[in-house]
Design a binder for this molecule. Structure first.
Ligand code: AMP
Length: 296
């Protein structure tokens, strides 16, 4: 496995691989877990070469967010990626990605970037869009893999890739969960043991929303009430938002039903925890899957 830290070193390696080599790309912020590794496995199964980036992108953190404290463990990450059969890791410094004369940004407009995460984290999606566009420009993948866990980010990436006609196919991977249902996240390390136990409330609330619709209460009001009641019963959790939206536009829907997304964010201790259930257009649910034993 090659580890490259500069655009120039990456270009030299890429030239060695020759033209016409299909690259599957997984962008991450590191501190890897089985959710990241499931995306790597999907890419490994589909492409001749797999490239993973590890970059804690300052542009997507707000001034009061955890940029400096964001968990990092480069040595462990590199071991996990080597064991996963990754061909190359791109690990640039902030100065490599954003030299002093850097002057370009990718911004979107409309409900997709203004509602929910967009409203809570001003500038976040512009930071994501700018870094992902730059990473695509550097790596040149045919396919790029993103987690359904960050559903709004996934929709944003699909939007700007389509709008800018970027020659990359976006592939989504299901949410990978702990055995008790908590979605894996690098920020779960912030949870104390009681908070960790309470954090299953997100999954339980989503299940209650689904149950409401399964028992005939498809209207968003009933589904939202069911989810809110579960969060309200957990004293260690504070609801940030819950919504039933169109998964591509994040415009709210009056009714659940196929082609809708239940999104939920709650604060448990320090971290804001994100989770969602996707009601696919074909009528089946994507509620994620439990991490295979022995994975990070
Ligand atoms: P991050 O390092 O948090 O930026 O995440 C890198 C990629 O991994 C993103 O596409 C995330 O959506 C994805 N990801 C994070 N957590 C999970 C999870 N529990 N299951 C599946 N994908 C995930």
């Amino acid at each position: 496995m090659e580890v490259v830290r500069s655009v120039a070193a990456w270009r030299a390696l890429r030239a060695n691989w020759g033209t016409g080599v299909e690259i599957g790309f997984v962008p991450t912020m590191g501190y890897l877990h089985a959710g990241h590794l499931s995306l790597v496995q999907m890419a490994r199964a589909a492409h001749a070469r797999v490239v993973v980036s590890i970059f804690v992108n300052p542009l997507q953190f707000g001034p009061s967010e955890d940029l400096a404290a964001y968990p990092r463990d480069e040595a462990r990450d590199l071991t996990l990626l080597e064991l996963s059969g990754v061909d190359a890791v791109f690990l640039p410094s902030p100065a490599e990605m954003y030299p002093p004369d850097f002057a370009t940004g990718v911004t979107l407009s409309g409900p997709l970037v203004e509602r929910l995460e967009g409203a809570r984290r001003p500038g976040h999606f512009a930071g994501v869009a700018t870094v992902v566009t730059k990473l695509f420009g550097i790596v040149g993948p045919s396919h790029a893999y993103f987690g359904q866990k960050d559903a709004q980010q996934l929709a944003v990436v699909r939007r700007f890739v389509a709008d800018l006609a970027l020659p990359v196919e976006i592939v989504a991977g299901p949410i990978i969960r702990e055995p008790d249902g908590l979605a894996l996240s690098s920020r779960n390390v912030y949870l104390t043991p009681p908070q960790r136990a309470a954090a299953t409330v997100l999954r339980r609330a989503l299940a209650a929303g689904r149950f409401a619709s399964d028992t005939g209460m498809h209207d968003a009001k009933s589904m939202l009430a069911a989810m809110r009641a579960v969060i309200a019963a957990e004293p260690l959790a504070t609801l940030d938002y819950v919504d039933v939206v169109d998964p591509a536009t994040f415009v709210p829907r009056d009714h659940g039903g196929p082609g809708s997304l239940l999104v939920l964010v709650a604060q448990v201790g320090k971290p804001r925890l994100l989770d969602n259930y996707l009601w696919r257009a074909d009528g089946t649910w994507d509620t994620g899957s439990v991490a295979e034993e022995g994975h990070a």
